[in-house]
Design a protein around this ligand. Structure first.
Ligand code: HEC
Length: 239
């Protein structure tokens, strides 16, 4: 009797396993659902210049200036604070949605005493624009919001496309005070050097043999990677 049943039992078991694994899918945490239309990720949400966006603006600042290894990353989580995801930031209790001046994160980045201010030296302090973005985002309700920023692959000059991307996503970890991996990205000359030796495109496109950048962060969107590739192909000029 077992001779008849065991192949059938094996078939059923394999079918169950296949069914289970085929249902597994990766969560999409880069593009959160439109809050007005839960479940639908196909809507394009145009960026409103008066709104601060967590996914587009706040998270890149935190990733490049605060969630460094040894600080507020997912492994060290200094003060129990992991600044790499929306959920961990909100669950930490350091953001009081709607009230920046009573949020510990905002207090820490604006502390008048340089010894207490975050990020601590030798890291560079946040710029006034970055501080304003975080303040507006908290005052506007600290939502996990995202917008579809216009990115034009036909625009690939250093001043209008490359430098703003690097300032936002890379400079916090690659500057005169903190040159991770021996790499600085705070002047045209330093950026052109890693562009010309292949490491700029290799790291951001996650090519084999390069450490994926931004370190610990979300991959840049395809449009930004295309802009970098075209700028390099046209000679990595200071244009
Ligand atoms: C959170 C900090 C952080 C951010 C943000 C970051 N990097 Fe890095 N980067 C590092 C660290 C750490 C290393 C050294 C990694 C290693 O050697 O494995 C590194 C190394 C590199 C290297 C040398 C890699 C190699 O394979 O030789 C390049 C080039 C680089 N980063 C470019 C970038 C660019 C471009 C961005 C922005 C798109 C960026 N990084 C954002 C932390 C960061």
């Amino acid at each position: 009797m077992n001779k008849v049943n065991s192949p059938i039992a094996a078939f059923i078991l394999i079918s169950i396993l296949l069914f289970f694994f085929s249902c597994k899918h990766e969560p999409d945490d880069l593009k959160p659902d439109d809050p007005n239309n839960p479940g639908d990720t196909t809507d394009l949400i145009a960026c409103d210049p008066d709104t601060a966006y967590f996914q587009n603006e706040v998270l890149p600042i935190l990733q490049s200036s605060c969630a460094l290894s040894g600080c507020h990353d997912n492994i060290t989580a200094e003060h129990d604070l992991n600044l790499l995801t929306y959920a961990s930031i909100m669950n930490s209790g350091h953001v009081n949605a709607g009230n920046a001046s009573e949020s510990e994160i905002y207090e820490a980045i604006t502390d008048p005493d340089p010894d207490d201010r975050m990020p601590p030296p030798p890291l560079l302090p946040l710029s006034s624009d970055q501080i304003a973005t975080i303040r507006d985002w908290i005052n506007q309700g600290a939502r996990n919001n995202y917008c579809d920023a216009e990115c034009d692959t036909a625009n690939f000059t250093f001043a209008s496309a490359i430098k703003p991307m690097i300032d936002q996503s890379c400079k916090g970890c690659h500057n005169s005070a903190l040159a991770n991996g021996g790499v600085r990205l705070d002047t045209y000359e330093f950026i052109a050097a890693v562009a010309n030796d292949g490491r700029l495109l290799g790291t951001i496109s996650h090519a084999g043999g390069y450490t994926p950048m931004p370190f610990n962060g979300n991959k840049l969107d395809d449009c930004k990677i295309t802009q970098v590739r075209k700028w390099i192909e046209a000679g990595s000029q200071n244009n």
